[in-house]
Design a protein around this ligand. Structure first.
Ligand SMILES: NC(=O)c1ccc[n+]([C@@H]2O[C@H](COP(=O)([O-])OP(=O)(O)OC[C@H]3O[C@@H](n4cnc5c(N)ncnc54)[C@H](O)[C@@H]3O)[C@@H](O)[C@H]2O)c1
Length: 263
């Protein structure tokens, strides 16, 4: 179903974005890789994508700038002819206690983690409407949109905003056959690792304390997110709209304090 579709993924040089790009390419989808940095990981990702014999384009842009993202989406359409799938994934965050957050921190984080998602989605939706494309827009949220943790107030606010934005987009864009959903990952070991070190992913030393709170006792890997993203772009996602789907091994089902009734 994804053969010949055109997908743009933000923040895709590494981590979860890279995994989504590879998963979609492996199903025949042409890929636009966006990131703010072009480094060795970006080159490696592009090389890996090209092995799938799909059209691959590179788009260096800062998603917090509407001028840059408008240009990026125009360039993507020039190269691919249309856009069928947008995955809003890029993020930069600042970890700080609530009492220390500055106006500059707020503007930086809201800029890339919320404003960027909204204006990329808006421009892409307009392009889809223009071409009557039955599009999919997926935004990567977080379990931190649903629960509070230390030092991530603004990140959590942005992710909660993404969940809500997804509902509005689903409501207003449904009549154009554009389906919008969000994915809220839990602990996903998204470190860029060399191929020979891949066996370390989510293993011992990664989120060991958190794993004791995850019912299935393991950390997540980027494939856990990209499998769902690809499914949402396929016929599996034909009737799923406006949802934020948590992918966390069951972490949020669990009350983290020992159960007093049982002790
Ligand atoms: N890894 C996790 O455990 C986890 C958990 C919950 C949610 N998430 C979400 O998943 C998504 C991907 O996370 P990841 O762990 O792969 O992160 P990552 O840091 O490995 O990748 C993020 C990418 O975004 C790029 N980027 C940052 N700011 C940008 C900007 N302004 N414009 C363009 N590109 C920019 C970075 O250069 C980087 O390549 C994020 O939205 C994150 O909030 C991750």
């Amino acid at each position: 179903m994804l053969k010949g579709k055109n997908a743009l993924i933000t923040g895709a040089k590494q981590g979860i974005g890279k995994s989504i790009a590879i998963k979609l390419a492996s199903q025949g989808c042409n890929i636009g890789v966006n990131d703010i940095i072009k480094d060795e990981f970006a080159h490696e990702t592009i090389k890996m994508l090209e092995k799938y014999n799909v059209n691959v384009s590179w788009h260096k842009a800062d998603i917090s700038s509407k001028t840059e993202t408008d240009k990026m989406i125009d360039n993507f359409i020039d190269k691919h002819g249309a856009i069928d799938i947008l995955v809003n994934n890029a993020v930069s965050s600042i970890k700080k206690p609530f009492l220390d957050i500055t106006e500059k921190d707020w503007e930086f984080e809201v800029g890339n983690a919320l404003k960027g998602y909204l204006f990329c989605s808006q421009k892409v939706a307009n392009e889809m409407i223009k071409r009557k494309t039955k599009g999919r827009i997926i935004s990567i949220s977080s379990i931190h949109s649903l629960v509070a943790a230390d030092n991530n107030t603004v990140y959590g606010i942005c992710k909660a905003g993404i969940n809500r934005m997804t509902m509005s987009m689903a409501k207003e864009l449904g009549k154009y056959n554009i389906i919008c959903n969000a994915i809220a990952p839990g602990y996903i070991d998204s470190r860029p690792l060399r191929e020979d070190k891949e066996y370390l992913r989510a293993g011992e030393g990664y989120a060991d304390e958190a794993k004791t709170h995850i019912p299935i006792g393991i950390g997540g890997v980027p494939d856990n997110i990209s499998d769902l993203a690809a499914a949402l772009c396929s016929s599996v996602g034909n009737y799923i709209n406006g949802q934020t789907i948590t992918v966390d091994g069951g972490l949020l089902t669990r009350f983290p304090i020992p159960d007093l009734e049982q002790s």
